[in-house]
Design a binder for this molecule. Structure first.
Ligand code: IVH
Length: 689
């Protein structure tokens, strides 16, 4: 190790740490490259995590050695108020379009005429359906990144871009061999897999689903809090070398792409060069069918003239370069007959119209059902049962009905009307004025209850096996359960259950054992299972961590709930509304009395009132006596009925004479409600606002 023998120990430590830190960063960087660029990792996740862990520990010990391009700093940014606007040194252009072979040939003819030459070389790349960004590197390090914006000015989103693991923070080259500064352009996208994962999470939380990967990627990238960007996996394909300070090192686009790849940028593996325009056309056409096999959306093929000198000579018209064009795919649409408009009822009771179609092949799959969004959408477009309709696969995920083919409408078709009564239980339908949604207000509507049970039992929730769609529906239909709490009473109905087809002793033993086990699920699982609107895994975990127990959460005000990290006003309102709803409150009480655990980590939590003995006297305004006692217990405190020298403090409301006097005599601290709340806050309970 290169340390001076006589240097003080501290300095030697520092020097050793610096060397180790650099070695670790180099190693992690190399593994990132193997993982993200070459897709050939050579170590497992846990080994990788161990390297990160060691680096993090060293940086914690020597904070002066932290640098913004350390792999530990990908998620270190703090939330921004707004994004600063930055001017692009060179405008970020758009592309002209061609839709077929003839238009492609015409584009080529124009270039050949202007350049007065016939031979050109083309590079073709999938046109990624994401967001264009500009990345700036100085001395081989990522220093700044921005969105395309209007092409002239974009928003600086460096902190968010740092969270994207496939964006290299340090380049794979000796900085001395690189231009002092240069720009790389590329497309940020969300894979179809990541999009599906996110939506599954949202579905489980009862949240509205995202439309398509592109919009979701755009939303993620523009989060003011980089933590939020980091929570969703985004990716990059670099597709262009932008401005370069000093001499431009290369002569052609394909060289630039190869160079970018060597430096550590992910470039699209389906990039191909051609000499003949017919081959370009064949390549583009082939992608119409190949696109479905990709794990990301593409909306065409970009064709570029390879030679930089030719690019310069051709120049730009308006906002579009003459030297590149986008072969756009025809929209993936098909016409079929809408057999029937059906209405489904979800877990929250919302009625959703959907189309039962004569099966049709569109965008690589056979579609027989499609979303119609909501009743307003249906009415606006006047889609009628029996119509021929245009079906589209939006973002290649959820098929949707675009509209009717009016020219083919037959006589006698009537406009759609939302049923006035729930198609399942017959209860009169209500309308939510804010959400343009119709819903079944009946709490015991069998579909709703069955869906709630299914959700309650699902993997991220109480994790009960054997309560899938079919069995949940059966249990509700036959009157075994009318709320999730009834599940825990099923063991009392053993004999009746054995009468049911397909249920034997063994099945029941398994079901009941699962139920018994699930009573020990921590609070956050229960919160997920209850299906509170907007509360998915992450929110549930944050609430459980913060409040520690169901009674503490139930005693919290909207403001206190909103003060939890990651919980906004809408979520806080939804949580409060759920807990205040008498029917839901009864279910929670019921579950508690059936023996379900109502707190998070008992041992590890270390409640803020651990070891304290507290006496409550008089009446408080904010909590009932029971509530405040529950709260104290849930925070680890002991509630005692009498004041003694061992009493830590007395919480005194209005009234409460003798215990207050006793405390005064013994010199025990007395807190009124607001002092008590302030003390809890001091001890690290809810942030009081
Ligand atoms: S080249 C002047 N290459 O398409 C060159 N663009 O309609 C302009 N895009 O804003 C960009 N994949 O967001 C290029 N392989 C690719 C692309 C690509 C997607 C997007 C990009 C741009 C838009 C232009």
């Amino acid at each position: 190790m290169a340390t001076t023998p006589g240097a003080p120990a501290e300095q030697r430590d520092h020097e050793a740490a610096r060397e180790r830190i650099e070695a670790l960063r180099g190693e992690i960087h190399a593994h990132d490259y193997r993982y993200y660029i070459e897709a050939q990792p050579v170590i497992g996740d846990s080994q990788y995590d161990a390297l990160m862990q060691e680096l993090r520990a060293l940086e914690e010990r020597f904070p002066d050695l932290v640098s913004p391009d350390s792999p530990t700093q990908r998620v270190a940014g703090t939330p921004a108020e707004a994004f600063p606007v930055v001017e692009h040194r060179e405008p970020m252009l758009s592309l002209s379009n061609v839709f077929n072979r003839d238009e492609l040939l015409a584009w080529r003819q124009r270039m050949a005429r202007l350049l007065e030459r016939d031979e050109l070389r083309y590079v073709c790349e999938p046109k990624i359906d994401g967001l264009a960004i500009s990345l700036i590197y100085e001395g081989g390090r990522f220093v700044r990144g921005a969105t395309r914006g209007d092409g002239m000015r974009g928003e600086e989103i460096t902190a968010n871009l740092r969270t994207i693991r496939s964006i290299p923070l340090v380049l794979n080259a000796d900085p001395a061999t690189l231009p002092a500064a240069f720009e790389v352009r590329g497309e940020i996208y969300m894979s179809k897999g990541e999009f599906a994962r996110l939506n599954a999470e949202r579905a489980a939380a009862g949240d509205q689903l995202y439309m398509n990967p592109r919009n979701t990627a755009a939303g993620s990238l523009r989060q003011l809090d980089p933590q939020k960007t980091a929570a969703r996996r985004l990716d990059l394909f670099a597709y262009q070398l932008g401005w370069v300070e000093g001499e431009r090192p290369l002569d052609a686009h394909h060289d630039a792409i190869r160079w970018l790849r060597e430096l550590g940028f992910p470039t699209n593996p389906h990039t191909e060069a051609f000499e003949r325009i017919e081959d370009v056309a064949a390549f583009c056409e082939a992608w119409v069918d190949r696109r479905d096999a990709l794990d990301y959306d593409i909306d065409g093929v970009v064709v570029k003239v390879d030679d930089f000198a030719a690019q310069r000579a051709l120049g730009v018209v308006g906002r579009e370069p003459r030297w590149a064009t986008a072969w756009k795919f025809p929209a993936e649409q098909a016409v079929t007959r809408l057999r029937e408009i059906q209405v489904s009822v979800g877990r929250t009771g919302v009625l959703t119209p959907f189309a039962a179609l004569e099966p049709v092949f569109v965008g690589g799959v056979t579609v027989s059902m499609a979303t119609l969004h909501n009743a307003d959408h249906l009415r606006e477009l006047d889609i009628r049962a029996g119509d021929y309709v245009i079906v589209q696969r939006a973002g290649d995920v959820i098929p949707q009905v675009v509209g009717p083919v009016l020219a083919r409408r037959e006589d006698g078709l009537v406009p759609f009307e939302m049923p006035s009564h729930c198609p399942v239980c017959g209860t009169e339908v209500a309308k939510d004025p804010e959400e343009a949604a119709y819903y079944c207000p009946n709490r015991t509507c069998p579909v709703k209850v069955a869906r709630q049970i299914e959700h309650f039992a699902s993997r991220g929730a109480m994790d009960l096996e054997g309560f899938g769609e079919e069995r949940s529906a059966m249990l509700v239909e036959r009157g075994f359960v009318s709320s999730v709490a009834d599940l825990y009473r099923l063991p009392d109905r053993r004999a009746d259950l054995l009468e049911v087809d397909k249920i034997g002793e063994k099945t029941l033993d398994t079901l009941f054992a699962g139920l018994e086990r699930s009573k020990q699920q921590p609070l956050h699982r229960l919160l997920i299972a209850l299906g509170i609107r907007h509360v998915g895994g992450e929110t549930a975990r944050a609430l459980a961590r913060h409040f520690g127990s169901m009674p503490a959460l139930r005693a919290a005000t909207v403001e206190e709930i909103e003060a939890v990290d990651g919980v906004g006003p809408i979520v806080a309102e939804a949580v409060r509304a759920h807990l205040d709803d008498p029917a839901y409150a009864a279910v929670i009480d019921d579950l508690a009395s059936l023996g379900l655990r109502m707190d998070e980590e008992i041992a590890a939590r270390g409640g803020v009132l651990d070891g304290l003995s507290i006496v409550v006297t008089g009446s408080l305004e904010r909590w009932s006596r029971n509530q405040v006692e529950d709260l104290i217990k849930s925070l680890g405190g002991k509630v005692s009925g009498a004041v003694s020298k061992k009493t830590s403090f007395v919480v005194a409301g209005n009234g409460g004479g003798s215990k207050r006097d006793k405390a005064e005599t013994l010199g025990v601290e007395i807190l009124d409600q607001s002092a008590f709340v302030a003390r809890l806050a001091e001890l690290g309970w809810a942030d009081q606002t």
